[in-house]
Design a protein around this ligand. Structure first.
Ligand SMILES: Nc1ncnc2c1ncn2[C@@H]1O[C@H](COP(=O)(O)OP(=O)(O)OP(=O)(O)O)[C@@H](O)[C@H]1O
Ligand SMILES: [Mg+2]
Length: 347
């Protein structure tokens, strides 16, 4: 299954989350990267504290594993408040939201993960809660229907989503601060790995070894930490515990992860476009059918990173492999333009 990929950006489940908990930065000063966002948050947090008000509602969007959940806890810690977490699909009815909101203390953070999956019926309750910290509940029906107002304490809503485009405009407009988290640069990942190695008590982690892991982490802290743990196990069992570049190579080659962090599925996808469709452009559905994979899966878990590193291009007529992508596979791409030239030569 695709979710079991070593380099998947999504969480591998509760066990991994638990391990990650120890590696999670708990204050702003420990949070690495995303400097513009941190600057905006520092200002919002300081201003909120000075006015003794909660921080404005924050919407965080971006690919999985970049630190949205972490940030929600960091903001709560900086405000000296608690973070309560829930998710869009968990809030089925308006009453689920009412239960969450009435539990909040002054200034607390309510973190709603996957907020794009919030049911429409619940969304209506959330508007007055976000604006005026009140919830309008309708009791009775028909002629006797009336609205009862419940007040909740001033709080900060932090919404996280990987699909900001699916959020309704009214909901989006009610956030004071909206920010897109970006993929991390290699030096930032190296800092995260150094910190994690220290926390895991890895005395024999060499700088070059950690750099080799950073290069394979697909710009994602969650993947970086996962690869670090995998390499640590390998080094302990097959080596002398040292995390050196050669150990990283061996450990991850065993998992089919190459030096850019691409795995079998990434390469199979690129190779299908290259060999069956001459580099494209070709429709996603067509590639998916050829590979016997689900188009949605390819779109969500394979394409984003290939697009990010410029191995894949999305054109109006479909997906196309770039020269850099073909070069990585070690094949010469017979592009459409090149074949057109060749065809023209025939006449
Ligand atoms: N800026 C950072 N500095 C250090 N470690 C980080 C940072 N961001 C994330 N991490 C690490 O990456 C792990 C994953 O982060 P987190 O769970 O916050 O991601 P997420 O964006 O909420 O992902 P998802 O969309 O899958 O819920 C954390 O456990 C943490 O250890
Ligand atoms: Mg999360």
């Amino acid at each position: 299954m695709t979710t079991e990929r070593l380099i998947a950006a999504g969480s591998a489940g509760p066990v991994e989350e638990q391990t990650n908990w120890a590696l999670r930065p708990s204050r702003l000063d420990e949070y690495i990267g995303q400097s513009e966002l941190l600057e905006r948050l520092r200002i919002a947090i300081t201003a909120g504290k000075q006015r003794a008000e909660p921080v404005e509602h924050v919407l965080l969007h971006g690919p999985p594993g970049l630190g949205k959940t972490t940030l929600a806890h960091v903001i709560a810690a900086e405000m000296g408040c608690k973070a309560h977490t829930t998710s869009g699909p968990a809030l089925v009815r308006g009453t689920d939201l009412v239960a969450c909101l009435t539990k909040l203390d002054q200034g607390d953070v309510l973190f709603i993960d996957e907020i794009h999956r919030l049911p429409v019926a619940v969304e209506e309750f959330i508007y007055p809660a976000m604006e005026d910290f009140r919830i309008d509940v309708t009791v009775d029906s028909g002629l006797h229907a009336r609205t009862v107002q419940i007040r909740c304490k001033p709080f900060t809503l932090i919404g996280a989503t990987t699909r900001a485009g699916l959020l309704s405009a009214p909901l989006r407009s009610r956030f004071g601060l909206t920010h897109h988290l970006r993929y991390y640069e290699e030096p930032e990942l190296l800092l995260i790995l150094q910190r994690s190695a220290r926390l895991l008590g890895l005395a024999h982690a060499e700088m070059d070894g950690l750099r080799a892991i950073a290069a394979r982490s697909r710009g994602t802290p969650r993947i970086a930490n996962r690869l670090l743990r995998r390499v640590r196990d390998y080094a302990q069992v097959r080596g002398d515990g040292r995390i050196a570049p050669s150990v990283v190579d061996e450990a991850l080659a065993l998992e089919g992860v190459d030096r850019l962090g691409l795995d079998h599925l990434d390469r199979a996808y690129m190779r299908t476009i290259a060999s069956v469709y001459h580099g494209g452009p070709v429709g996603l559905e067509t590639v998916a059918a050829t590979m016997n994979e689900d188009a949605g899966t390819l779109e969500d878990v394979v394409e984003p990173y290939l697009l990010q590193i410029g191995f894949l291009a999305r054109t109006r007529r479909g997906r196309a492999l770039t020269h850099a992508g073909a070069e990585h596979l070690g094949i010469a791409l017979k592009t459409e333009a090149a074949s057109r030239e060749a065809d023209a030569g025939l006449f």
